[in-house]
Design a protein around this ligand. Structure first.
Ligand code: ZN
Length: 336
């Protein structure tokens, strides 16, 4: 239930410098529970891994990072550190269950095997179902001495307030655009492509990098939406294709496209700054005749569907449902 096996590299990201320095100013006084929060794609999980390493290492560097050489670091690098646990959904995109937190509480209340403390990363923390969160609350109320719990969440508002209030909050913010573009360029993504990706990712550099494939897939997604809008295409077939590409990323793109349609309806061309700037003329044709009210209605349904992606609801059905809604929105315009 509690995995101690995976290893993720300790990644140093320029926009982490400030929270890192603040948090490790007094290493011995790091809170027993931390909540790393902020939008997707800012590297919170990487920060958590780096922090876990720093907290377990016996010879940390000047920056507070794990040395990579002591016994603790070597155990970590081998992926076999007995005092580090990671709790995550057993199946991607699903919930963290109460049994997993019970196993964690057993882990955390026994003495450390090798290091001076036990460290746990719970990610994504908002995936805990209510029973799991209540079970965690007990641990937070009486934290075992010296242990550090690191909760990582893109959507901290979904956590019970009682859990949130017992954690020291570390908020991650989108870096300045120039800094994000410089970092992306160093990763091999530059120019107009980097600009579009960063817009699509809401300014989050890691998300922008992860979505670089999506830039090429957008063509297909837009074609699908155009065809369905013209009542020429099968939503079941399209849903299956999108499911394969990843429901979250496809709906993420669609949300951006709908934002563009709303901007076009409000401002009209060519004044609007669009996320999908290079697809402006096709988006304009797509939005022809649609009213703001309809677009807002669809955007709400889409936001709801995206919120349900992590629930037990079948993502394929969610995709079918939202695509059929889109067809209905367009159909109403055609009938006029
Ligand atoms: Zn070390």
């Amino acid at each position: 239930m509690v995995s101690t096996e995976q290893v993720a590299p300790a990644l140093t990201l320029p926009w982490h410098q400030q929270p890192w320095a603040t948090l490790l100013r007094e290493r011995s006084r790091v809170a027993h529970a931390l909540l790393l929060s902020g939008q997707v794609g800012l590297g919170k999980r990487q920060f958590a891994e780096r922090l876990a390493r720093a907290l377990l290492c016996t010879e940390p560097s000047d920056t507070g990072d794990g040395c990579g050489m002591c016994r603790q670091c070597r155990l970590l690098l081998a992926g076999t550190h007995p005092d580090l646990a990671r709790v995550e959904p057993l199946e991607e995109g699903k919930v963290i269950m109460v049994d997993q937190i019970r196993a964690l509480s057993e882990f955390i209340t026994t003495r450390p095997h090798s290091a001076e403390r036990k460290v746990t990363i719970i990610c994504p923390a908002e995936s805990m179902n209510i029973n799991a969160a209540n079970s965690l609350l007990k641990l937070l109320e009486e934290p075992p001495l010296g242990s550090v719990l690191i909760l990582v969440s893109d959507r901290p508002a979904m956590l019970p307030a009682t859990v949130r209030s017992r954690c020291q909050r570390v908020d991650f913010r989108v870096p300045a655009r120039d800094a994000a573009l410089t970092w992306l360029a160093a990763q091999g993504v530059a120019g107009g492509e980097a600009q579009i990706l960063l817009d699509m990712a809401g300014g989050a550099p890691l998300q922008a990098l992860a979505e670089s494939d999506l830039l090429r897939e957008r063509e297909q997604l837009l074609t699908d939406i155009e065809a369905l809008g013209a009542q020429d295409g099968d939503p079941v077939v399209v849903a299956a294709r999108w499911h394969k590409l990843g429901a979250g990323r496809c709906l993420g793109w669609l949300a951006g496209a709908v934002t563009d349609l709303i901007k076009l309806a409000m401002v009209g061309e060519p004044g609007a700054h669009l996320i999908n700037m290079d697809l402006a003329s096709r988006l304009q044709a797509l939005g022809q005749g649609l009213h703001l009210k309809q677009l807002y209605g669809f955007a709400d349904a889409l936001a709801e569907a995206r919120g349900l992606l992590a629930s037990p609801v079948d993502n394929l059905l969610l995709l079918e449902d939202i695509l059929i809604r889109w067809m209905n929105v367009r159909e109403k315009v055609r009938q006029k």
